[in-house]
Design a protein around this ligand. Structure first.
Ligand code: NAP
Length: 679
């Protein structure tokens, strides 16, 4: 029997001795063995740390481009992965969520970082925090990649997505990873890792895979390492208590099973009820219910229970369980006989406090497969518990299969109490009529969930569904769900970095951030900055403009030109009674006049002005006031050329300060320009 190899310190190696046998989920045929016995964990950690140096030396944008290229490389070979995914019992649709959903996560993370982060190696948070009276001392928070390794322990149900959703933020942060897939499904994860390594896109050491147990891996970890875990709460709690994690303060992020809810809100009409039924059935049957986000508890107002129950049973009756390779099959088997045994056990526990309405394993059920007894098949199973307050097991038991319990509630107060008995979940869906105000309910449910999916007939048209964690959004949940945030846009990237408060002078901060900080030294030149190419501009280069006295004619003309006849500008009496005490110039006039002062009108390297950020009007500008502008080159970011024909260029952020004759700041903002580069 083939032993699945691990990638250990640059070599593909199989463990020693007998491994755990993994079988085909549909046919039961033996596929491969998994063991990590004898593999050198210390060598893996050392190899990763070496690779980490190369990653840390790359900028955020370089890492993001690497990730995008990797996603494209993997996506081109997706059919190889679908073939292996079928052996885990996945339908094509299930495989799509795992495989292409995983690649989409890489693409999304790549563009998120290129859009939201500067092309730097370190990340600076917060604006400059002044800490002194004269402005010579202040602070910002800095994030730097941890010079360690991230160990990712994954669950069996998403062999591809489960790995990639953690790998994306890790690599973007500049940290290498050791991936330990669950034994079931490890062949698929290994195939993706093999393909990623063969692409040559990743620095050596950035990615290793450990198939099998972790041996003494945790003993090799230290204060700069990170462990993230996805799996059952039982395993997670056990691992979280590892003494070395405690001793070295090793961050341990846990995403565990949770008993998620769908709630049909009181007053739901027939269309809303149909939405609820559709969502519950979809979550029960997708991946045969083997999703951490799947709906386990379906809460329904007591008066609506009979009709909702009938609709659920009718829809579940149409599910065709069997071999996904066969035409017409809509739900495949569980991933393994082990999972099957676990689901049977959990359904028995649930059935001690709830009644089985359909499914279960006591009665024979239809399976469209050549040898139904050989596969890990389990039918869609709906239970009903009429006394949910007195039935703790329905709130605490996650049967990791196509299993859900229907629960009645009498009023909102009882509903909140019942939901909380789940002790913290990844997600809940609230299904309600269009236009209904459920804000009070949402606010109270928030603390128990990592994500809330508000489903009404409007959002239903485009909703990504209850069960889809998205890269931009928090994936994680409080309490039983593990207390972590696995994704959530940049939050996840920051998880693999150290945050440090840096206190300094504005000049030192400018050097560190490559971004001009108010109060830092400036340089002036006889050449206007708008006449300079991208390479010729220096951060901190400043233009002090001529002055302009604002007249009543300016205000009247601007009012007529723009159509803005607001009383504070145009009505002498109302303006006198206003907070300004007299007529003031339009803020937008000040901004326009400032542009008139700082631009260089003739054609030159500045291609376009494409935005303004952080505009604040601080002091009013009155008739007779004289304004002057300080324009300072704040930050420069080179834009990559997509084709050799593209004009070489970069984005320049300019700090704009408009002051009056008393040296008071009247307006401040940043403008963004595209500036041509020489090459
Ligand atoms: P599991 O049995 O807890 O295993 C999870 C991972 O931990 C596997 O890689 C497993 O490896 C490993 N593991 C088990 N014991 C270990 C130990 N002593 N030391 C180090 N690693 C150990 O969970 P599972 O059966 O794979 O997954 C199903 C559960 O995961 C469900 O309860 C589901 O709700 C949860 N889940 C949660 C999320 C989420 O994001 N919250 C996502 C998916 C799944 P082996 O397979 O080699 O034993």
């Amino acid at each position: 029997m083939e032993k699945l190899q691990s990638y250990v310190a640059g070599r593909w190696l199989a463990g020693e001795g007998e491994g755990r046998l993994v079988r085909h989920a549909v046919t039961g045929a033996p596929l491969y063995e998994v063991t990590s016995q004898g593999l050198d964990m210390a060598a893996m950690v050392a190899w990763a740390k070496q690779g980490g140096q190369a990653l840390a030396a790359m900028s955020f944008h370089q890492r993001a481009h690497m990730l995008k290229a990797l996603a494209s490389h993997l996506a081109e070979r997706k059919e190889e992965f679908y073939a292996l995914s079928a052996a885990t019992g996945a339908t094509r649709k299930d495989g799509w969520i795992d495989i292409e959903g995983g690649f989409a996560t890489l693409f999304t993370y790549s563009s998120l970082v290129r859009r939201e982060l500067s092309d730097e190696r370190i990340l600076l948070e917060d604006d400059w925090i002044p800490l002194s009276r004269r402005g010579g001392f202040g602070a910002r928070h800095m994030l730097t990649p941890k010079p360690g390794v991230a160990v990712h322990i994954n669950a069996f149900n998403f062999p591809v997505w489960g790995m990639l959703e953690k790998l994306a933020p890790t690599l973007l942060a500049g940290m290498p990873a050791i991936v330990k897939p669950a034994t079931d499904g490890a062949q698929l994860t290994q195939a993706v890792v093999k393909c990623a390594l063969a692409s040559g896109l990743l620095p050596e050491g950035a990615l290793q895979i450990l198939c099998g147990g972790v041996n003494d891996l945790f003993d090799q970890l230290g204060p700069q390492d990170v462990v993230t875990f996805t799996g059952s709460a039982h395993t997670g709690q056990q691992l979280r208590a590892t003494p070395r994690f405690n001793r070295c303060s090793i961050p341990f992020t846990m995403e565990a099973d949770s008993v998620n809810s769908a709630i049909l809100v009181e007053g739901a009409d027939a269309a809303t009820q149909a939405l609820f039924v559709r969502e519950v059935v979809r979550e029960m049957t997708t991946k045969a219910g083997q999703k951490c986000t799947a709906i386990r508890r379906a809460f329904v107002p007591r008066a609506l229970l009979p009709q909702v129950q009938d609709a659920l049973l009718a829809k579940l009756g149409k599910v065709v369980l069997g071999d996904p390779a066969r035409e017409g099959v809509t739900m495949g088997p569980l991933a393994s006989q082990r999972q099957l045994a676990d689901v049977r056990d959990k359904v028995e526990q649930l059935a001690s406090q709830a009644r089985i309405l359909c499914g279960g394993h006591q009665q024979p059920f239809a399976v469209d497969a050549e040898a139904p007894e050989a596969g890990a098949f389990y039918p869609p199973t709906l239970l009903r518990c009429d006394q949910p307050k007195e039935s703790p097991l329905v709130h605490q038991t996650e049967a990791f299969g196509p299993v859900c319990t229907l629960l009645p509630y009498d009023d909102e107060a009882e509903l909140l109490e019942l939901v909380a008995l789940g002790e913290g979940s990844l997600v809940a869906s609230l299904v309600f009529n269009a236009g209904q105000d459920i804000s009070a309910l949402v606010a109270q449910l928030g603390a128990w969930h990592g994500r809330l999916h508000l489903l009404d007939p409007v959002s239903a048209e485009e909703s990504t569904g209850h069960g889809s964690p998205l890269p931009h959004l928090v994936h994680g949940g409080p309490g039983r769900a593990g207390g972590g945030e696995e994704m959530g846009g940049l939050r996840a990237v920051k998880h693999y970095m150290q945050r440090t408060a840096v206190q300094s002078s504005p000049g030192a901060m400018t050097q560190l951030s490559h971004s001009w900080t108010t109060g830092a030294p400036v340089v002036e030149d006889r050449v206007h900055p708008f006449r300079k190419y991208f390479e010729e501009l220096a951060v901190g280069e400043r233009l002090l403009t001529a002055r302009r006295t604002v007249t009543e004619a300016d205000i009247v003309n601007f009012g007529c030109l723009s159509g803005d006849h607001f009383y504070a500008h145009m009505d002498k009496i109302a303006a006198a009674e206003s907070l300004f005490g007299e007529r003031v110039a339009h803020g937008y006039f000040v901004v326009s006049a400032a542009a008139g002062l700082f631009v260089d009108a003739a054609p030159g390297p500045v291609i376009a002005n494409y935005g303004m950020e952080g505009l604040r009007f601080i002091e009013p500008v009155k008739i007779g006031d004289t304004i002057q502008v300080e324009l300072t080159c704040k930050q420069k970011t080179r834009k990559p050329r997509r084709t050799p024909d593209d004009l070489p260029q970069g984005v320049v952020v300019w700090d704009i300060k408009v002051k009056n004759q008393r040296d008071q700041l009247v307006a401040s903002y940043d403008i963004l320009t595209l500036v041509q580069a020489k090459e």
